[in-house]
Design a protein around this ligand. Structure first.
Ligand SMILES: [Zn+2]
Length: 107
């Protein structure tokens, strides 16, 4: 019986195994690295979510320009959710124009 059993809290999107998180604690200064399976597949690009935090569930931005949870492209690049949202809105706007849909601006 171990008195040092460590429970790791995960965001609901995290798909990392508990054993990997326990390895994180040893290899990453007592912090765990949460990661999702890939969300969305756009052309050859996969996106997932990534966050670093303490085992009790406190997530911290990796640096001051980051959000506590970042989007991660398939090449490992971290993208702020705000930037991802701007990109997604621009794409949707372009799709709407391509289809000849009117924007809801005259009301
Ligand atoms: Zn996790």
């Amino acid at each position: 019986m171990s008195a040092m059993a460590v429970r790791v809290w995960c965001p609901d999107w995290c798909t990392v195994t508990e054993q990997t998180h326990l390895d994180d604690l040893r290899n990453n200064d007592g912090e765990v690295i949460h990661s999702s399976a890939d969300f969305g597949h756009v052309d050859s690009e996969d996106y997932a979510l990534s966050a670093i935090g303490s085992p009790d569930g406190v997530l911290r931005p990796e640096d001051p320009t980051h959000a506590p949870v970042m989007c991660m492209a398939g090449n490992g690049e971290l993208i702020h959710p705000d930037d991802m949202e701007r990109h997604a809105r621009a794409l949707l706007d372009m799709v709407a124009r391509a289809r000849g849909e009117q924007k809801e601006r005259q009301r």
